[in-house]
Design a protein around this ligand. Structure first.
Ligand code: FO1
Length: 319
């Protein structure tokens, strides 16, 4: 068995965890398996937010406040599009600026879209982008196909993930989540990494819209369940609140509690341990009751030392 570590990833929380992990193990030992259910097409460009968040964070180029996009970014292209807001016909979505694409970030989408149009696969293009940013972690999209996370709203409508997350500012009640797929499987490399890694980590990402799309791919849950003893999850919920985004609110809206016991129950079949923050130490028994071993470690990655300790303890819990 190699000393490699495979990490199931969403966006910001996963990217910060990966950065911490790379401070305690060589980047070359880490494989990031990244959700692509958030991907969207805008302005004719393929946008892969979670892949880019992981890549930019590991490259040290992420905007630290937003957690997405590039630090020191300029927004001239988005600003220039405002001119056309005056003339856009009813029903057209051309030139929309509700999803902010920075000028330098646009270059990544131009490159990715160009390469995909030439027939390259998303795995190949993602590796090229990671190499261009000097990232030593193997960054893998979960699949080379198209998978769209669709959010069912409590008012009866259904929207794409980015419509829910950005346009509606994830402030509307949710009734369910559905994964729309072109039928493409997880890539062979993803399945191989999940099988062969010494340790699998489920990053502190939203279980419903970041990790579930990866788990929905054929074979993924079966592999995780078959090696459950060496799979550890990090709770994205601390003290009843999500580290980032709507995970806690979604948990309640989807019929779960908004604490670490819900995370334990969601992952019980595929992970043997759950890392929880000391503020949730009093809930350790509820994690045990869900059939998962609690590992209590500071999980809010507020400074690099805390983050490094979290990464170390997470890997140790699965070894
Ligand atoms: N998040 C926002 O809240 N507003 C945006 O305008 C926005 C633009 C954006 C552009 C590129 C990118 O890679 C990410 C972007 N995000 C934005 C973040 C993105 O919606 C989320 O990180 C994820 O999809 C959730 O993991």
């Amino acid at each position: 068995m190699s000393r490699s570590i495979a990490v199931l990833c969403g966006g910001v929380g996963a990217a910060r965890f990966l950065r911490a992990l790379c401070s305690v193990v060589p980047a070359g030992e880490v494989t990031a398996i990244v959700n692509t259910g958030d991907d969207t097409d805008l302005h004719g460009l393929r946008i892969c937010p979670d892949l880019d968040t992981v890549t930019y964070t590991l490259a040290g180029a992420i905007d630290p406040e937003r957690g997405w996009g590039l630090v020191g970014e300029t927004w001239d292209a988005m600003g220039a599009l405002e001119r056309y807001a005056e003339v856009i016909p009813n029903g057209s979505v051309a030139g929309g600026t509700w999803f902010g694409l920075g000028d330098r970030d646009l270059a990544t989408h131009l490159y990715r879209t160009g390469r995909l149009a030439e027939g390259a696969g998303l795995t190949e293009v993602t590796a090229e982008i990671a190499a261009a940013w000097g990232v030593g972690v193997e960054v893998l999209p979960m699949s080379d196909g198209r998978h769209a996370t669709m959010v069912n709203l409590a008012d009866g409508g259904e929207v794409t993930f980015q419509d829910y997350f950005v346009r509606l500012r994830h402030s509307v009640p949710v009734a369910g989540v559905r994964f729309e797929s072109d039928g493409s499987p997880a890539t062979p490399r993803v399945l191989e990494a999940l099988r062969d890694a010494e340790v699998v980590v489920i990053a502190p990402s939203n279980p419903f819209v970041s990790i579930a799309p990866i788990r929905a791919l054929d074979g993924v849950d079966e592999i995780l369940a078959s090696r459950r003893a060496s799979v550890v999850a990090v709770s994205p919920i601390v003290g009843g609140e999500a580290l980032k985004g709507p995970a806690a609110r979604m948990a309640v809206e989807l019929g779960h509690s908004s604490d670490v016991s819900a995370v334990a129950a969601l992952y019980a079949e595929v992970a043997s341990a759950l890392v929880i923050d000391p503020v949730d130490g009093h809930l350790a028994d509820s994690v045990v009751a869900a059939g998962v071993r609690p590992v209590v470690v500071a999980s809010v990655m507020s400074d690099p030392v805390v983050a490094a300790r979290l990464a170390e303890a997470t890997v140790a819990a699965a070894r």
